[in-house]
Design a protein around this ligand. Structure first.
Ligand code: ATP
Length: 611
């Protein structure tokens, strides 16, 4: 017990062990036939026999002999009646005290006097006996006193150990890793809560079983022999026929250089992969560098976006669905000085017209039936000091287009039912996959709003127009889903590549990613062939049979023909090659690499002839 808690509860060490000290008192009294008293440092009688048993709980005064022994910490032999003895002069009990003689010994624990153990004589026969054996009895009491101290130490240690064990078990059970401990023969001694969950097994079912009944993939004797920790070992657990793979770390438990067991900590590989996939995705997300694309159009797009990110001008991003409009909008926000402010996205096409106005501009309390108490801020207010992304702006109803135009002109909003304007500092990025110019002609979109929004217009070309990006994305998504799903698929057959390059990808990058995820999920080979493509993709080629037929040139052939044609058209000087690369939407370095890979530079006689 700590000093603080002892003070708070006023519980002495002796009192905490009172049943033990009472037993001691009774044993001594039975052996030496004197009355025994054990009194703590609060001068309270904790245990005793005869008169002292009935005094348990009684507190003596400071002037009592015990009080003085506790103060001095020395043994004492009372060889006369209290009234005649100097030590008893300040005791408030001395008039009624019937003592004839006594021997007192302090109980010392961790250097402090925590009480006394005493034997007393109450008649002349006892007095003679006690005094004639004083040395032996004192020695005996000192030994008993030491015994009590060691028992207190033992109990305290036991208490501390069980507190530590409880804390340790709480820590062990709170960690996400599964933990299994085994003894030196490989029998399981303990598992934590996470292990119970991961193995779908209870402690009772598993403790006492051999580790190799549970895990396959490592040899206990080998680990015990080497005595080295094993890091990131793959181990297998078969649960009702289903194989679960874990990554484990195996650490020997040593005492005095001897290995007495092992701790196996493990995590599900599947979960780790999911985590890695998420981290990769999140890490890469939302910066212009993180947007994949090396085609000329994408490279220029990213450069321009980098430049305008620094300004506050309104941006309109157009492009088919799934081309990455929101991704670009987020990246612009991240590259801007507003990056520490909020990025608020709202899909104007997905919210019912009735709600869109209040979602955008908020409302005051009582603005309409059902309006929340205290009102509600709209997305514009929430985006203050940041960026608002108005997705599917082409779906915004006409009356809200008017209101939005006013916001753009006046940089302030009014909540529905509100009277005072709220000034906002928000950058607007709008996006649509609709042709706003056509909509203007059909009077479905306001031209004044269009011009206000498209201060800086960006068009993201569809995937089918940037084949170089398509191949890059294809392999990126293959790596990503290999990692997430724990597969080792190495690539795509020529036929699949050709199909991927020919398929129109109406859903663009989103659709491509879904197609790869689907294929990696169901593939059982290490290469993706046409059987692993979704029926949507395969149906397309069934309906357009000629597109995917074997008569079609391979990807490499297509590339070779395109590059050769460009070289033929522009020539093979440095400047000409640059123009040729431009015309193919390829970066210069890729173009040079391809020429080399395809053997076009020196081995293509026509080119040299034409240049
Ligand atoms: N260049 C790219 N690199 C990596 N991932 C991309 C790229 N372009 C798009 N994606 C991914 O494709 C998916 C669709 O992107 P996003 O939502 O930005 O498209 P969108 O044009 O806004 O679509 P919609 O018009 O349907 O709202 C997202 O998962 C995005 O991360």
């Amino acid at each position: 017990m700590s000093a603080v808690s002892k003070l708070l509860s006023l519980t002495s060490e002796l009192k905490l062990n009172k049943s033990y000290v009472q037993q001691i008192a009774e044993v001594i009294a039975a052996v030496i036939e004197f009355e025994v008293a054990i009194i703590d440092n609060n001068l309270e009688v904790i245990a005793g026999t005869g008169k002292y048993q009935s005094e348990i709980g009684f507190v003596y005064g400071k002037g009592s002999i015990t009080g003085q022994i506790i103060n001095s910490g020395s043994n004492f032999v009372l060889d006369d009646e209290p009234l005649n003895h100097n030590i008893c002069k300040d005791c408030n009990q001395k008039i009624i005290c019937k003592l004839k003689a006594g021997i007192l010994s302090p109980i010392i624990w961790t250097g402090d006097v925590i009480g006394t153990i005493s034997i007393f004589a109450f008649d002349d026969r006892e007095k003679n006996e006690l005094l004639s054996n004083r040395d032996k009895l004192l020695d005996f009491l000192m030994k008993i006193s030491a015994l009590i101290s060691s028992k207190i130490g033992e109990n305290e240690m036991h208490g501390r150990l069980s507190l530590m064990a409880n804390q340790f078990s709480a820590v062990i059970n709170s960690i996400v890793e599964g933990l299994v401990t085994i003894d030196h023969s490989g029998f399981i001694t303990h598992i934590n809560k996470s292990a119970e969950k991961l193995l779908n097994i209870s402690t009772q079912q598993v403790c006492g079983r051999h580790i190799n009944d549970i895990f396959q993939g490592f040899s206990v004797p080998k680990v015990l022999k080497l005595g080295q920790p094993y890091v990131e070992q793959e181990i297998q657990y078969i649960n009702k026929g289903e194989v679960c793979l874990f990554i484990s770390t195996i650490t020997p438990i040593k005492t005095n250089q001897e290995i007495i067991g092992l701790v196996i900590s493990f995590r599900s590989i599947r979960e780790l992969r999911k985590l890695a996939g998420r981290l990769i995705r999140e890490d890469r997300k939302y910066t212009l560098d993180g947007i994949l694309g090396t085609s000329k159009t994408m490279t220029i797009l990213k450069q321009k976006m980098q430049l305008v990110a620094a300004t506050d001008s309104t941006i309109l991003i157009t492009g088919e669905s799934g081309t990455g409009k929101e991704l670009f909008a987020r990246a612009i926000h991240e590259e801007s000085h507003r990056k520490n402010g909020p990025f608020i996205a709202i899909n104007c096409g997905a919210i019912p017209e009735m709600l869109l106005e209040s979602e955008l501009f908020g409302y005051e309390e009582g603005a309409f039936t059902g309006a929340s108490r205290g009102g509600k801020p709209g997305k514009f207010e929430l985006a203050n000091n940041g960026t608002i992304f108005l997705d599917e702006i082409g779906d915004m109803p006409m009356h809200l287009q008017v209101k939005l135009l006013r916001v753009l002109q006046e940089v302030k909003i009014e909540r529905i039912g509100g009277v005072k304007p709220v000034w906002i500092d928000v950058r607007i990025i709008a996006a649509t996959n609709r042709n706003l110019e056509e909509m203007i002609k059909e009077k479905l979109f306001r031209s004044d709003l269009f011009y206000r929004l498209s201060v800086i217009p960006f068009y993201i070309p569809p995937l089918r127009e940037r084949k170089e990006d398509l191949m890059l994305l294809l392999h990126h998504f293959l790596d990503k889903y290999n990692l997430i799903l724990g597969k080792q698929i190495t690539g795509f057959t020529q036929e699949v590549q050709r199909k991927m390059l020919t398929y129109p990808w109406q859903g663009n990058v989103r659709e491509l990613e879904n197609a790869v995820e689907y294929a990696v999920n169901i593939a059982t080979n290490d290469i993706i062939d046409s059987t692993y493509l979704s029926s949507r993709v395969n149906d397309y080629f069934e309906q357009n049979a000629s597109l995917a037929s074997g008569d079609q040139p391979t990807l490499a052939e297509l590339e070779k023909t395109a590059i050769a044609a460009a070289l033929k058209r522009f020539g093979s000087t440095g400047q000409a090659k640059e123009k040729a690369a431009d015309s193919l939407g390829m970066s210069r370095s890729t173009f040079y690499r391809k020429i080399k890979e395809l053997g076009l530079d020196t081995k293509f006689p026509n080119i040299n002839k034409l240049s």
